[in-house]
Write a protein that binds this ligand. Structure first.
Ligand code: CMP
Length: 139
């Protein structure tokens, strides 16, 4: 069976609201296997590097400040068709447009404080997973 990975973060807004458990439960019930997981707090430099692809966007500075404002949960998830299925599970970036039943519909506060991150391609999933985890931390 072909299995793919995606990378996710439970963002500082959702961690601060006490939603780690509920979000990880939804991910598990949707059929994703946890390959790696860690609870950590990004520095401004680390958040800036992770979101470097957005550095020309007007929201970059605020995004980096937000993502380094408190702890996050980072994880690598495995499932067939992981990237697309996970993006369906979390819903659109803007939670006001997210479908009922999605994680962002349930937990996101705004387009920036949108509860969870999900990789947008297989290539970025690999890059993002390697940003947080070594091969010795994946099982
Ligand atoms: P994420 O899926 O982590 O990828 C990039 C992040 O930038 C996104 O979720 C939001 O948190 C943030 N973002 C995207 N678009 C905007 C926007 N228009 N204004 C503010 N933040 C945004």
């Amino acid at each position: 069976m072909k299995t793919d990975i995606t990378f996710t973060m439970v963002k500082p807004d959702a961690v601060n609201s006490g939603h780690i458990g509920l979000i990880l439960d939804k991910i598990t019930k949707a059929g994703f296997k946890f390959v790696a997981i860690k609870y950590t707090h990004l520095t401004i430099e680390q958040a800036g590097a992770f979101y470097e692809v957005h550095q020309e966007r007007p929201f970059y500075r605020d995004l980096v400040t937000f993502m380094s404002s408190g702890p996050i949960v980072a994880a690598i998830l495995q499932k067939e068709n992981a990237v697309a299925d996970f993006r369906k599970l979390i819903g659109t970036t803007d939670p006001s447009k997210a479908d009922e039943g999605t994680i962002r519909k349930a937990f996101a506060k705004s387009i920036q404080e949108n509860a969870v991150h999900g990789s947008d391609s297989n290539e970025n999933a690999t890059i993002e997973a390697s940003f947080f985890f070594s091969n010795f931390e994946r099982f």
